[in-house]
Design a protein around this ligand. Structure first.
Ligand SMILES: C[S@@+](CC[C@H](N)C(=O)[O-])C[C@H]1O[C@@H](n2cnc3c(N)ncnc32)[C@H](O)[C@@H]1O
Length: 237
């Protein structure tokens, strides 16, 4: 563990009313207070990836590269959209897998700043905007011929909604490889407002073909319980 994070403690119920990290005796930060966490170089990766064993970036990136291979898309000629790019782990992984260009989007200016600070050169561009209001992104994304989409841990709960997924997919041409991860609790197809129903509608409308749908352990909670997500790998229609 790097010395600078040796004092970081993870707290959860019943000690606290949710998942928190204690940066010092007096500084408690909720796990989803990304602006504060992204402000400290390496803190998000230390807590979420190292201590909470988050695998979504690896799972989503590998799923995307499998989809591209299966659809015969040469990664070397692809420009891929990374939805909810955060500090840039997913972009780094798909670039390492041979993807030519990645364009990141996140609703938080702090995410863009952290990504440019910690992973310069990974993204061809990184826009700040919310997929719920795609008009805010249209201008920033106009220069790019997007040919795929990848996203880890950015959909569901306090994050992007099914409508945001719909809007992001609408930016792609037919036949594009896509891979994204979603908490399994939001994949229940009987919930009309959930992702399960939204994906069924996308499939029924011919806008998405699901190539893979797998359950995996996304991370553990601050008290050590496993959290399961689903990986969706597909092709736009
Ligand atoms: C759990 S973090 C994951 C970051 C990164 N994908 C990773 O795996 O390291 C989720 C990110 O999604 C972003 N996000 C949530 N809702 C969004 C939306 N509607 N549009 C764009 N970004 C969003 C958040 O700001 C946050 O940075």
């Amino acid at each position: 563990m790097p010395d600078e994070f040796a004092g970081v403690r993870l707290l959860g119920p019943p000690e606290t009313d949710g998942e928190y990290i204690a940066l010092s005796e007096h500084e408690l930060v909720h796990l989803h207070e990304y602006t504060r966490i992204y402000a400290v170089p390496g803190l998000y990766e230390h807590v979420v990836q190292d201590r909470l064993q988050c695998t979504s970036p690896q799972v989503a990136a590998a799923g995307f590269l499998r989809a591209a291979a299966r659809l015969g898309s040469d990664p070397d000629s692809l420009t891929v959209l990374d939805v909810g790019a955060g500090t840039g782990s997913v972009g780094e992984l798909v670039r390492r897998g041979g993807v030519a260009r990645v364009v990141g989007v996140d609703s938080l200016p702090a995410a863009r700043a952290a990504s440019l600070r910690d992973r310069p050169g990974v993204y061809a561009d990184y826009a700040v905007g919310d997929f719920l209001r795609p008009d805010t992104l249209r201008e920033a994304l106009r220069p790019y011929a997007l040919g795929g989409l990848v996203s880890a841990g950015a959909f569901g709960g306090t994050h992007a909604t099914p409508q945001a997924l719909d809007n992001a997919l609408a930016l792609l041409p037919p036949g594009a490889p896509v891979a994204f991860t979603i908490h399994e609790q939001w994949m229940d197809a009987t919930d009309p407002d959930g992702f399960g129903a939204a994906i069924e509608r996308l499939v029924a409308d011919g806008r998405l073909t699901v190539l893979e749908r797998t359950r995996f352990q996304h991370r553990v909670t601050t008290t050590g319980e496993p959290i399961f997500y689903q990986l969706l790998v597909g092709e736009t229609g």
